[in-house]
Ligand binder design. Sequence first.
Ligand code: PEP
Ligand code: CO
Length: 445
Amino acid sequence: MSDLAPLPARAWRGRPAAQQPVYPDAAELAAVVADLRTRPPLVFAGEVDALRELMAAASAGEAFVLMGGDCAESFSDNTADNIRLKVQTILQMAAVLTYGASTPVVKVGRMAGQYAKPRSADTETRGGVTLPSFRGDSVNSHEFSPQARTPDPRRMLDAYLRSGTTLNLIRAFTMGGYADLREVHSWNRGFTANPAYSRFEAFAEEIDRAMRFMEAAGVDFEALRQVDFYAAHEALLLEYEDAMIRRDSRSGRLYDTSAHFLWVGERTRDVDGAHVAILQGVHNPVGVKIGPGTSPEDVFSLMDRLNPHGEPGRLSLITRMGADRIRHVLPALVEAVQADGRPVTWITDPMHGNTVTAENGYKTRDFETVMDEVRGFFEVHQALGTVPGGVHVELTGDDVTEVRGGGERIGTATLEERYETLVDPRLNHQQSLEIAFEVAEMLRS
Ligand code: PEP
Ligand code: CO
């Protein structure tokens, strides 16, 4: 791939760009961006195309997408253990979902690049002091001091390098035997052995039987020791994404090589804005988060910009409506898309419409509410005869206490025990598996 990205991917520069950091030193920003442009791509065109095919299969009900990872990755949590536990959690979820869906599960980590965050305010005031908001580790530091909060472009280089090492480890795990289905299933048996999750025991038994059948029938388990695992993040930081665009020498197409899949957030999805424009110019499969205020016209405009010819697998709509609204607002959007005829891959994000502040001040989500949004998503698609293509969740492989409820019955008072996120509350390892078992049962029915 060559390292210069000509138009049309540059068209975003003329558009309004929301949620961008203000760097004090333009020359330093230019130097970092020039440096990034010379760096190797993090992902390759062939892999990106393979994911596009899989997203197309998911839009037709022939695959199911599982996207998960931190709300924001952080430099300090960029450790081997954290990466391994997240990959393990996603693989465990995927094994259960594969059985439930009876189709391949497309495994996508919200990992290896999820370092920039949109914020509701540009500044934060504490004790009379006002500083720029924390926008993620690729922009500034969470610590509340003028120096830490000043956007530093060199952080983009750090984010690039950490994304590369994360991908390297993910590739090593998923290609080196760590994804062995027998092993993954035995971890799941460990989970269902816990009395708190005994309601999933029968389901796990069934998978056991299926595995024994496969073995008896001579399935080559050795061949099942490797899986494809893709990386995704929000395409928020325009200078970074732009610097990672490369032209594929074989096809001549432009790709954003910072990740296989990129999405635009609810706050930056303005159809005439810079974020939609930058993704318009690249060939990756892309997503747009859509909230309860989205109209059918908004969806048509997004399709016109991002997938005018209706190529399957190109565009995913990631709905984040809130459990109390999804059953009311999603049907009109799904019907409009159905009538239009251009395919989209429908994915539910049951997290971002369901964030609440607990009485003790912690930003949290309730497990039951999250599940209810997933249920609503399935109900709407079932009623309309359309395809629920996947789930997108915020999770970690650790034993954190950020989301209330679930089998461990995390209560408000428990939140403070291991509340580690710098931004949104994540499902912990057990809660993630619970969701996977619940969704697997929905997929089966
Ligand atoms: C996110 O995915 O962390 C996020 C900010 O989501 P949304 O754009 O849907 O609010
Ligand atoms: Co979030």
